[in-house]
Design a protein around this ligand. Structure first.
Ligand code: BTN
Length: 326
């Protein structure tokens, strides 16, 4: 018996006494209690009420391979080479990178219920409580090396918005280069990492984190405005949304490999939260100020600055404090 067995019993969100849990698992109440002490390490909060027992607020919808595959389109099923579903691991991106180094090719997907060392961009931590959100990493092979990465995170953002729509979530916007926002709060993020030849045959790991059911009490350490999908619609299912994401992402990557970002540019611009607004782009200590004109066919940000139009290839974008919508 381990903590994940206990979590499966608590997933229904109902109260369970220590005795009942012990009986179901064939162990003593003390053994159950010892396991429950470990829950903090899984990033979720256990409620304990005298006379009623233990419960997980709102319950958990755990992931299952059948649950996800049941929603996959035939096309996505063909493009998915392997679905690797883990319980608690360090990071799905680390796992997918290791698989890629060991020879895994396009279409390998790693998912986890919990990440102990989830990574965000720029060395940030990605808060990853057990069973609440989606932590997904997909391996895709390219023959163009690092050049494949240009525009890719923007393309992935488009796939995420399409998937969210398929799961009933409207009003999502994209923030260059790769944040997914709902009413200016972050709901998902993309982290691209690469292994192989930076000038030729390489494997890109596309890491996607989507906040689905994370509670305020579990979000300690997040230093920006964020939102979980369940505060927009309680209907969203983690299994279905995972499939919706793969249904959008896998075919989109086939197209991206052939034609790059250009065919997605118009759709991306229609989703841009900064369109026509005054922004600051920070690269290290350097700040560039200008009005957003859109993105080019490679995914670089087009900025109208005092010196004329500039193309920005990387950095952190934020709205200028004094800026008004155009
Ligand atoms: C960002 O900073 O916006 C990017 C966040 C990416 C998080 C995802 S969760 C799945 C995958 N595994 C990780 O360790 N990071 C990515």
């Amino acid at each position: 018996m381990n903590i994940e067995h206990v979590l499966h019993l608590l997933a229904d969100g109902e109260f369970h006494s220590g005795e009942e849990l012990g009986q179901a698992l064939g162990v003593s109440r003390t053994a159950v209690w010892k396991q429950l002490q470990k829950l903090e390490d899984f990033g979720i909060c256990l409620q304990s009420v005298k006379g009623q027992g233990y419960r997980l607020e709102k319950g958990l919808e755990l992931l299952s391979e059948e649950g996800i595959r049941g929603y996959l389109t035939p096309k996505a099923t063909r493009l998915l080479s392997k679905l690797d579903l883990a319980g608690s691991i360090d990071s799905t991106n680390t796992r997918a990178l290791n698989e890629a180094r060991a020879g895994a090719g396009s279409g390998l997907v790693c998912l986890a219920e919990h990440q102990t060392a989830g990574r965000g961009r720029r060395g940030r931590q990605w808060v990853s409580p057990y069973g609440r959100n989606i932590y997904l990493s997909l391996v895709w092979e390219f023959t163009t090396g690092a050049a494949a990465m240009e525009g890719l995170s923007l393309a992935v953002g488009v796939a995420i918005v399409r998937a969210l729509r398929a799961s009933g979530i409207e009003g999502v916007q994209l923030k260059w280069p790769n944040d997914v926002l709902w009413q200016e709060r972050k709901v998902a993020g993309v982290l691209l990492e690469m292994t192989g030849d930076p000038a030729g045959h390489c494997q890109v790991v596309i890491g996607v984190g989507i906040n689905v059911a994370m509670l305020e009490s579990e979000a300690e350490g997040i230093d920006q405005q964020w939102v979980s999908l369940h505060s927009i619609s309680s209907e969203v299912s983690r299994n279905k949304l995972t499939a919706d994401l793969l249904n959008e992402l896998l075919p989109l990557l086939v197209g991206y490999q052939q034609e790059g970002f250009a065919p997605l540019r118009e759709e991306w611009e229609a989703l841009d939260c900064f369109g026509e607004r005054e922004v600051e782009i920070r690269v290290g200590d350097q700040i560039t100020v200008g009005r957003v004109l859109g993105v080019n066919a490679a995914g670089a940000l087009r900025l109208k600055t005092a010196e004329g139009e500039q193309l920005i290839y990387g950095g952190e974008a934020s709205l200028r404090k004094s800026a008004q919508p155009a």
